[in-house]
Design a protein around this ligand. Sequence first.
Ligand code: ATP
Ligand code: MG
Length: 334
Amino acid sequence: MALLDLKNLSIEYKLSDGKLKAVDDVSLTIDNGDILGLVGESGCGKSTLIKGIINLLPSNGKVTEGEVVFNDEVLNKLSVEDMRKKRWKEISLITQSAMNSLNPVYKVGKQIIEPMIEHDKTPKDEAMKKAEQLFELVGLEKGRLQDYPHQYSGGMKQRAIIAMSLALDPKLIIADEPTTALDVIVQSQILERINMLLNQYDGSMILVTHDISVVAQTCTKVAVMYGGKIIEYGDVNQVLKRPNHPYTMGLKNAFPSLVGDKKELISIEGTPPDLSKEIIGCRFAERCPFVQGKCRKGEIKKTSVKNGYFYCARAEERDELMKQADIPSTWESN
Ligand SMILES: Nc1ncnc2c1ncn2[C@@H]1O[C@H](COP(=O)(O)OP(=O)(O)OP(=O)(O)O)[C@@H](O)[C@H]1O
Ligand SMILES: [Mg+2]
């Protein structure tokens, strides 16, 4: 049984003049120990998808189809109260705006040990010891536990939130660009340490990131999202070494590199589709270098591969497209 099983999940937002389909028929599974990288351009639906998983959609957002099954339980049918009980202990969330989620009136240390004492009945001194270890893990001095949030810099707050999210050994951590406030070197260090910790108890993570090189270094699986849909999904080695979808092939140019000297973002030309309009054919067609007439018709069928899938109207010609895309050999050695 998978730890998390998303079954054909669709999510819509109500707009004043219609609706917007932010997540379209998404399926994927996460097993114990998996680290899934969720990548895609701004606005493709990453945050919406994870808010849908954890039942935190804003009032105009709604799961319109499908199920979120976590540990054999359907999460999107749970009450807000039942869902709250699962937070921190079973699923913990680090959001893009996590930095604002520390309570300004309490010392940071108190905020970290409290859930341990409450949920796990951990004695206070033991909880404090664990908080110190977690601070060490994220690169903060343990003396800082006695400070208030306003005494922290933005990057320090972000580290404290990461420490907090790890405090109860959650089965699943969902991290929405958890390290954007930190520089790239620190980013990869912290991710590596989170990974080591998760390894110790077979914990899993969904890591939302813009950066494909972070995925290559950190993740076991990857889901590539484009215009509300996961257009390619599978094992990291498989997808990055042998991408099947032209968008995934193009990512090598669209994402900044962790190594090497070039950090700016070179994007694939064009803009993603308007999600408030019905999409006919492939949603990447407008920007795809390999587009043909058949790409703009009907619904694109899913092609299954080992441990994954992709959506491309020219799936059968994939090897030829890959040759034309000129994937650099450095990808093979990742
Ligand atoms: N509360 C909302 N009401 C209406 N539309 C929304 C709402 N939140 C997000 N959207 C729209 O849903 C789509 C997906 O947004 P989402 O925030 O999930 O993208 P994202 O991939 O997380 O982007 P980013 O990388 O910038 O964080 C976008 O078109 C966005 O404008
Ligand atoms: Mg987001």
